[in-house]
Design a protein around this ligand. Structure first.
Ligand code: FES
Length: 580
């Protein structure tokens, strides 16, 4: 695609606030000047919002104020007028009941912050899991020129001289404690080694995945995803991003010019190659819905099916983001997709160049981190979309994090009606369960939890762990942390709280998982299933006020991205009435 810049100077939207000598303009400019701003900043240069998700309760983003300063340097240098604007920061590690319930609220706040204020362009300063999709969703709904820069991953963690991956080792160590292989004291000691520098999770968890999705969509400068948070080159990336957004405004290069169907297909294939998080499925579907792109679960299965997972990072492999950066990072992976013939090479990026132009000359510096195709972790790395009478609208499974011997499995259901039921029963030695069973967790979807928590990789019962067993088939309407692993069927749709078939699975039912044939089947007759569904009564929590109520009333299914129904689509950026 060849990008044709618009004629400059254009009629910038910020001029509706700041241009002229009338009362309204003086009101808008005058109040801004209490910050000591020279008058020529209001002379018609692009006003760039640095939308900052900095928060000390979002530790993964706690260093972003420093990066914002570097973004400002770049904006000033390029002739823009930077304004740093705090936006809703959704912390993965702190928000209850789950950060996911607030992704859409954050996206709504970002959208209105962009549209309602004098911004001609935006730098989206993000890092932790939900901050990246929520800001991309908000920017997509306004279609104001926007570019992402992420905070970067933490440095490698080490405990007793072994790599410790954020999240991944939390699950591993907690299972080891349950199995009696690790003491509580060692667990606490390991805690400090998991997060030894500023930055987001250092595994290919959801934060690193979403940074990679932003880059493969073309919404970040090439190479952004993997630079460690504390590396000086992260600051350079922020500086260059600031420079770039000013030119994007001049060229009127908008999110809708970059986030095309081809760009989403590039991102889906990239997700397969990196062994990315299943959360990317929900977030990309939601972002596409904001741009108005018809992206479906079937696109995920179609595009990812034959792409090998070549990035050897936890939770699928053994390394961490720091090593991925030293190996060459995401541009090497995207180049590899191009060489495999599965990349839309002409996809436009925020740099103004095509995706291929950006990556065609990069070099892989470590074949054990970014693997040759014949040594891939799995040849079919894409997120698998399962369907059947248990998941009429689909469920997803990540093959690179699953156990090959469980990919075809038939087992007896052990049912947990909700997460509290699971917690009450799982450690009970009398629970009738062994490793051949299928664990089923209900009422943890977008409406059910509410918010769709990351509890799908529910821990195994201690009596199974003590046998040395580390994986069982698990099915739920929940999500799973991108740092987690296991043969876990997630996002089962429709969810139990919406009356999906998952709601009526009973203890003792037989369930068949057949990944090669994309099948998830409950072995009861159609008549029996219909009879059970006719008698079904909702079991989940139902808030009667506040945002939780709004969310539960309007959230859509995981199969379409779990956005709020009234927020889908692009509403553009009309300037609106002045209030003075
Ligand atoms: Fe914030 Fe993982 S918890 S990036």
């Amino acid at each position: 695609m060849t990008f044709k810049p618009a004629k400059w100077p254009r009629d910038l939207r910020s001029r509706k606030w700041f241009a002229g000598t009338h009362k309204d303009a003086i009101y808008h400019r005058g109040w801004m000047k209490n910050q000591g701003l020279p008058p020529d900043l209001f002379d018609g240069r692009p006003v760039i919002g640095i939308l900052n998700t900095w928060s000390e309760l979002t530790p993964c983003n706690a260093h972003l104020r420093d990066l914002a300063e570097k973004v400002k340097y770049g904006i000033y240098e390029a002739g823009g007028f930077p304004v740093e604007v705090p936006v809703f920061s959704v912390s993965e590690s702190a928000f209850r009941p789950t950060a996911m319930m607030f992704r859409n609220l954050a996206a709504m706040q970002v959208e209105e912050a962009m549209r309602g204020q004098p911004m001609d362009g935006a730098v989206l300063l993000v890092g932790c899991d939900k901050t990246t999709p929520s800001l991309l969703m908000g920017a997509a709904s306004t279609d104001i020129p926007s570019i992402i820069v992420t905070g970067g991953p933490m440095l490698n963690g080490y405990y007793k001289n072994e790599r410790v991956g954020s999240g991944t080792h939390l699950w591993k160590f907690s299972e080891a404690v349950k199995a009696g292989e690790m003491s509580k004291e060692e667990f606490v000691e390991a805690e400090a080694s998991m997060s030894r520098s500023p930055g987001s999770c250092n595994t290919m968890g959801t934060a690193s995945t979403m940074a990679s999705m932003a880059e493969s969509l073309g919404m970040a400068l090439s190479g952004n995803a993997a630079i460690p948070a504390v590396d000086s080159r992260r600051r350079v990336m922020a500086h260059l991003t600031g420079r770039r957004i000013v030119q994007m405004v001049k060229d009127d290069l908008k999110p809708s010019d970059v986030m095309t169907k081809e760009a989403f297909e590039n991102a889906i294939r990239t997700n397969a190659a990196i062994g990315g998080s299943t959360n990317a499925v929900i977030h990309l579907l939601a972002i596409a819905g904001r741009v108005g792109i018809d992206l479906t679960l079937d696109d995920w299965d179609r595009c990812g099916r034959d792409v090998p997972t070549i990035v050897n990072l936890m939770p699928s492999g053994k390394y961490l983001m720091e090593e991925f950066f030293y190996a060459g990072g995401l541009p090497v992976v995207i180049k590899r997709l191009g060489e495999m013939g599965v990349l839309h090479k002409d996809a436009l990026t925020v740099s103004g160049e095509t995706m291929w132009d950006q990556v065609k000359d990069v070099v892989n510096h470590n074949d054990d981190v970014i693997l040759p195709a014949d040594k891939a972790l799995t040849q079919s790395g894409g997120v698998v979309v399962l369907k059947g009478n248990l998941a009429p609208k689909g469920a997803v499974l990540k093959p690179s994090a699953a156990s090959p011997h469980l990919m075809v499995h038939r087992g007896r259901a052990v049912v947990f009606e909700d997460i509290d039921d699971y917690k009450a029963k799982i450690n009970d030695e009398a629970l009738d369960i062994d490793e051949t069973c299928v664990m089923v967790l209900k009422n943890c979807g977008p409406k059910g939890y509410p918010g769709m928590a990351e509890v799908g990789n529910m821990g195994l019962p201690p009596k199974v762990l003590r046998k040395g067993i580390t994986d069982m088939v698990r099915i739920s309407d929940a999500r799973m942390s991108g740092t987690a692993y296991g043969t876990v069927c997630l996002h089962t749709s429709p969810e139990a709280a919406a009356g999906g078939p998952l709601a009526v699975v009973q203890n003792g039912d037989m369930i068949e998982l057949d990944v090669p044939n994309r099948r998830l089947h409950l072995e009861v007759s159609d008549a029996e299933l219909a009879a059970r569904l006719a008698k079904w009564q909702p079991h989940h929590e139902r808030p009667d006020s506040g945002y939780a109520w709004l969310h539960q009333q309007h959230v859509e299914g995981a199969d379409t991205g779990a956005d709020l129904d009234f927020l889908k689509g692009c509403r553009g950026n009309p300037v609106g009435k002045d209030s003075h």
